[in-house]
Design a binder for this molecule. Structure first.
Ligand SMILES: *Cc1c(COP(=O)(O)O)cnc(C)c1O
Length: 384
């Protein structure tokens, strides 16, 4: 990034701000003594800002492509369930917030960790015998994003490294790199329903590893880990003495055929910071309400889907694939390069039903047009 050097004196119509006339200041400062160096603006971008990089923006903003004018654009890229009004939050939630506003009692500065009554409410909701929680174990934050940022800041120093899932949510890397923390990507295995490649995970651990990030249920994979897999992950963390940063913002919103287990309920010794929030579960991402649940019984601390994209030799990579999908079908999906997982793309399925059906139809048409199977046959199988 460029740094900025702004010359103030001698340009423009304004009186030069820093060229102060000292003649009338009497004998306090002699004009002769301040002549030596003319101050100049030299506001440079900080090291941190130069290290802050959002891959989604970088990839998406560089996609210069126009949708097919014959088809209305459908965007399956941004995971915001409020865009179409088809997924409103619960009335009770809206009422609760209205009551708080009407009371006029919560317009002041809250304690930096959140109001006690609110921390108690969150603790009561998540408390269970396997993972007991009290109000003091809850830190309220500005969205789950800030929860992750705080947890990272607490767990890792610059020069240390953290273990991050691939494919995975891009915020982990963006935050870590801006803080001077190195990122090591561990693989998720598509053939095992996106479970963690535990051998690969453990092979990445070194003396500088500060924590393991586990995102369950997963964005972008949509996977939900079984109890036994979570126990295997905890066994690695325990063996390597690694605290876990658990991003569990999609907890409590899994389909009926699987069960979500908070990882802290399965741990007896591994310290866990569980990050969550209202955004996804209650469909209110603009409300910026998140939390960290501190699970440290041993006092050790001080909807989305992915589709495979092989057999499309026409396209150099997933960015090109998604660009062509826009220009031909006006369907906008995120290239999974945004999630450190090239050759896939991610679709958001919170758009209204008729829209997702239309989009799926178009994606199918696009795939049938461009697919080249091993024997060149158009034998594409689609799960509808
Ligand atoms: C949306 C999301 C977040 C951030 O949640 P906010 O409360 O909107 O900051 C964190 N992690 C994952 C996996 C997400 O999908």
């Amino acid at each position: 990034m460029d740094s900025y050097l702004i010359h103030v004196n001698g340009h423009g119509d304004h009186a030069p701000m820093l060229d102060v006339n000292l003649k009338n200041t009497g004998n306090i400062i002699s004009p002769g003594k301040v002549k030596s160096r003319k101050p100049r603006w030299a506001v440079r971008a900080s090291e941190m800002s130069k290290k802050t990089f959002n891959p989604v923006r970088a990839i998406v903003d560089s996609m210069k492509v126009e949708p097919n004018p014959k088809k209305a654009m459908i965007s399956l890229s941004l995971g915001d369930p409020t865009v179409f009004g088809n997924l409103p939050t619960n009335d009770e939630v809206t009422r609760a917030v209205k009551e708080v506003l009407d009371s006029g009692q919560y317009n002041g500065y809250a304690p930096s960790v959140g109001y006690q009554s609110c921390r108690e409410a969150v603790a009561t909701y998540y408390n269970c015998p396997e993972a007991p929680l009290k109000a003091q174990d809850v830190i309220l934050t500005s969205g789950c994003s800030q929860a992750i940022e705080l947890a990272l800041a607490v767990l890792a120093n610059p020069g240390q490294n953290i273990l991050v899932p691939r494919p995975g949510f891009s915020l982990y890397k963006t935050l870590a790199l801006s803080m001077g923390i190195e990122v090591k990507l561990y693989n998720l295995l598509p053939e095992k329903a996106w479970e963690i490649d535990l051998e690969h995970l453990e092979s990445l651990v070194d003396e500088k590893t500060a924590c393991l990030i586990v995102n369950n249920p997963s964005n972008p994979c949509g996977s939900v880990f079984s109890k036994s897999h979570l126990q295997e992950i905890l066994a690695v963390a325990s063996r390597q003495c690694l605290p876990i940063l658990a991003d569990e913002i999609y907890g409590d919103m899994v389909f009926a055929d699987c069960k979500y287990e908070p990882i802290a309920t399965l741990s007896t010794n591994v310290p866990i910071l569980s990050c969550g929030g209202l955004a996804k579960r209650w469909l209110v991402p603009g409300w910026r309400m998140g939390w960290i649940l501190i699970h440290d019984r041993r006092d050790i601390f001080g909807k989305e889907v992915e589709i495979e994209m092989e057999h499309f030799p026409e396209f150099e990579n997933d960015v090109e694939f998604t660009e062509r999908l826009i220009s031909e079908q006006s369907v906008f999906c995120l290239p999974a390069t945004c999630f450190e997982y090239p050759n896939f793309f991610r679709v958001v399925i919170t758009v209204p039903e008729e829209m997702i059906l239309e989009a799926c139809g178009r994606i199918q048409e696009f795939c049938e047009m461009h697919y080249q199977g091993a024997d060149g046959a158009q034998d594409l199988e689609c799960d509808k």
